[in-house]
Design a binder for this molecule. Structure first.
Ligand code: F6P
Length: 319
């Protein structure tokens, strides 16, 4: 291979820049040219790209977001869109592609592979909902952001004897909510994977209040319910003054943690090594501290095993 491409697609996350830098420098180390497509598959469709040299990716490993920018492309989901993307790759002399993104992006990568184009995927999504990787890129930074915010909210909650319902992201995954609950000592995590008995939740909050606890933190995964209505329920049931905080996109940004800088670097390095070794249609994943490739066609049809033990642990630790 003489030239490869790289793009970031779907929701951005911290660590994407580390992966782009690693892809670029690993490829250049093998005398392979690199082009970065702007705004994900949309850039591929428009022919919107830039040549990436070693210095072009300097000073980005510590920056959140993605300097190539990201987008979700409806056109790329269509067969004519994919044909057009393939034509552009061929016209540019690009012989392989690294796609950095979440489940939608990995599906796009698989589609290109099925059209005969060499592709390797890197899992990147704060939701941690991608199978065959213990951690996706961006999860650790998002979790640290969440924990910092909740620690702050806990200070004000305890000063006013209040309960807070704090909504975190995660789409249909409760990973961020469960792990944040453990790490912050929250009273309760509400996750999409487990039905929440709001009466039981209120009873247990009331018991704690009567035992002398002055505040409560309930972490709600966005896919598990409506924050304001849960807060209203708590207020009506136990008379606790409640507030709602939706952490929103704050969770997705900020300087990547060391873990995400290293993970992005390791994923990028292995992705290029795989491409240059003639492999395609695979996603690199972190399995028991080792970077291991898995077939994309297996990844996209496998639901990540819900990490119920984390949720159970969060309940037991908050007794
Ligand atoms: O998939 C990542 C994610 O941040 C989800 O947690 C969230 O539901 C969604 O993206 C938000 O998407 P957008 O940035 O398009 O609002």
């Amino acid at each position: 291979m003489k030239k490869i491409g790289v793009l970031t697609s779907g929701g951005d996350c911290s660590g994407m820049n580390a992966a782009i830098r690693s892809v670029t420098r690993t490829a250049i180390g093998h005398n392979v040219e690199v082009v970065g497509f702007r705004k994900g598959f949309a850039g591929l469709l428009k022919g919107d790209y830039l040549a990436l040299g070693t210095r072009d990716v300097a000073g980005i490993v510590q920056r959140g977001g993605t300097f190539l920018q990201s987008a979700r492309s409806d056109e790329f989901r269509t067969a004519p869109g994919r044909e057009k993307a393939l034509r552009h790759l061929e016209e540019l002399g690009v012989e392989g592609l690294v796609v950095i993104g979440g489940d939608g992006s990995l599906n796009g990568a698989l589609a290109l592979h099925r059209m005969g184009f060499p592709v390797i995927g890197i899992p990147a999504s704060i939701d941690n909902d991608i199978a065959f990787t213990d951690m996706a890129l961006g999860v650790d930074t998002a979790l640290n952001n969440i924990v910092y915010a909740i620690d702050c909210i806990k200070d004000t909650a305890s000063s006013h004897d209040r309960a807070f319902v704090i909504e975190v992201m995660g789409r249909n995954s409760g990973y961020l909510a469960s792990t944040a609950a453990i790490a912050t000592g929250a009273e309760y995590a509400i996750v999409p994977e487990v039905e929440c008995d709001i009466t039981e939740l209120c009873n247990s909050l009331r018991r704690r209040y009567e035992e002398g606890r002055s505040n409560a933190i309930i972490i709600l995964a966005e896919g598990a319910g409506h924050a304001q209505s849960i807060a209203d329920n708590i207020k009506d049931a136990i008379g606790f003054e409640t507030r709602v905080t939706v952490l929103g996109h704050y969770q997705r940004g900020g300087a990547p943690t060391v873990f995400d800088r290293l993970l992005g670097s390791r994923f990028g390095f292995t992705a290029v090594e795989l491409l240059l070794n003639g492999q395609s249609g695979k996603m690199v994943g972190l399995c028991c501290s080792t970077v291991i490739p898995t077939l994309l066609e297996t990844v996209v049809v496998t639901e990540k095993t819900p990490q119920d033990e984390l949720y159970e642990m969060s309940l037991i630790l908050e007794i």
